[in-house]
Design a protein around this ligand. Sequence first.
Ligand code: PGA
Length: 251
Amino acid sequence: MRRKMVAGNWKMNGTRTSVAELISSLKREELPSGVDVAVFPSSLHIAQVVGELEGSAISVGAQDCAEECGFGAFTGEESSAQLLDAGCTWVLVGHSERRLLLGEGDEVVSRKFSAAQASGLRPILCVGETFDERQAGRTLEVVSRQISCVLDVVGVAAFEFAVVAYEPVWAIGSGLSATPGQAQRVHAAIRGVVARRDPAIAEGLRILYGGSVKAENAAELFSQVDVDGGLIGGASLNANDFSAICRAAGN
Ligand code: PGA
């Protein structure tokens, strides 16, 4: 049985004050014990969030990391070793906003995954097709390529401690979530790609769905056999909504 996970991607949001408020509201919410809950603040707020969550079961992750895993002359970058030292457990790699807005390709994403894994940070590899790719019937081809590129670089064993997030680009922040059936179809295909390399690792791999998950649609999405939880953007900025989504994963 795969343990469900709900991750909140705060993106480029929050000030020290609003982050403190969000954390204190989250700590007052009832969160299900059977679900791994994690939050991904901006790197400016990681230390604050780690401190304020001390003693809570909620873990913390970063939204990105450098391709280099140690230390050195890379102005403006943050390495997985530094993020681990700051108290992070997780790191998102290959979020579509970075792929599309910042031009990160599969090779860069693979190197970030590899760096994270080498430092002991657990990567959450984000994949997903654009609206045009879906319209052209290329969804499974695109997602398989995104996963396979990373598998080729890091090897399937590295997926034992990783998580995959399927996030159709057209569903992110649009209010237009994939249907549970659409999500299930892609999640099963992703598991199939990994299973061709190692069936046991594929069986244990958690695959989260992301893209306009709300308290209202979470339970149905999470009820699909290959949907192991969610990566939540907008709704994770509200403690009430986020905790309702976590409880949906616990049912
Ligand atoms: P959304 O974002 O929940 O606001 O659609 C999801 C994400 O980008 O991770």
